[in-house]
Design a protein around this ligand. Structure first.
Ligand SMILES: [Ca+2]
Ligand SMILES: [Ca+2]
Ligand SMILES: [Ca+2]
Length: 265
């Protein structure tokens, strides 16, 4: 059973994320100890192991407080791509408690909360009920695993006595913080003990807006006008004045006459 479903379509693209869990690191902060994969985009973001007594513990909003049905695990896609969670699972230290049904797609910056059971009444929240009928989260000393369809551990959280405080534990900043803190301890919660399917402040997570690159229009190349070549008329070289034939003959005869006069002299 599930609530508002994510858009279906794109298939999963983060199957290899499990490899990153090998890079997991251990952080001791306050008294909360947990292990987080180095760069997972889908994370366990919040969980409630110990619903408070009375309606204060009615996390799923169905008007009934249940120590088991009101337990929840909230996961968050902090990446920029949709993730197909089909076949992924949530488990505690003992057993798999929930297998995400087919067509479970988590959009960027979208939350999905899995409740132990009940009949959730939460407007606009993407929720599912534990497929095994229970999450069975110990209030103390428990580990929660999120695995992909290939059973690689995508994220895991260990907690001790912090889980037994009538409130959820949540990452803050959400999605990225390496530590979990008590939900009520955050000013943004305004005293709320949990925020299944929303941010600590009860609102959707505001995605980091990435400005699209500014495209500078490129003016089409304008062919530069080329002046036609100016052809300078070249005067043909003036032919050397050639004496006319009669002039040549007279000149030649004259030269012969001079030669004869010189011999006679
Ligand atoms: Ca419990
Ligand atoms: Ca309830
Ligand atoms: Ca939350």
């Amino acid at each position: 059973m599930r609530g508002r479903k994510g858009l279906s379509g794109l298939s999963g693209c983060l199957g290899s994320l499990g490899l990153w869990s090998l890079l997991g690191w251990l952080v001791l902060a306050g008294s909360v100890v947990f292990v987080k994969p180095a760069a997972a985009f889908v994370v366990i973001n919040e969980f409630l192991a110990d619903p408070a007594a009375g309606l204060a513990g009615d996390a799923n909003g169905d008007g009934v407080r249940s120590a088991s049905n009101d337990e929840f695990v909230e996961i968050l896609n902090y990446g920029s791509q949709p993730v197909d969670l089909t076949g992924w699972s949530l488990a505690d230290a003992s057993a798999v408690r929930h297998v995400f049904p087919s067509d479970t797609e988590l959009l960027p910056y979208q939350y999905l909360v899995v409740f132990g059971g009940g009949a959730p009444q939460l407007n606009g929240v993407f929720w599912q009920l534990a497929s095994t009928g229970t999450l069975s989260l110990n209030n103390t000393n428990e580990t929660i695993f999120l695995r992909d369809a290939s059973t690689y551990v995508i994220d895991q959280v260990y907690y001790g006595s912090e889980g037994n405080k009538d409130q959820s534990l949540t990452r803050f900043p959400e999605g990225t913080s390496p530590i979990f803190v008590g939900h009520k301890s955050l000013p943004q919660s305004a005293g709320a003990a949990f925020s299944p399917g929303t941010g600590v402040d009860g609102k959707p997570l505001v995605a980091i807006q990435v400005e699209p690159p500014v495209v500078i229009p490129v003016e089409p190349l304008v062919a530069s006008s080329v002046e036609p070549l100016v052809v300078i008329p070249v005067e043909p070289p003036a032919a050397a004045a050639v004496p006319e034939l009669p002039t040549l003959l007279y000149g030649l005869l004259g030269a012969l006459g001079m030669m004869r006069i010189k011999r006679q002299g």
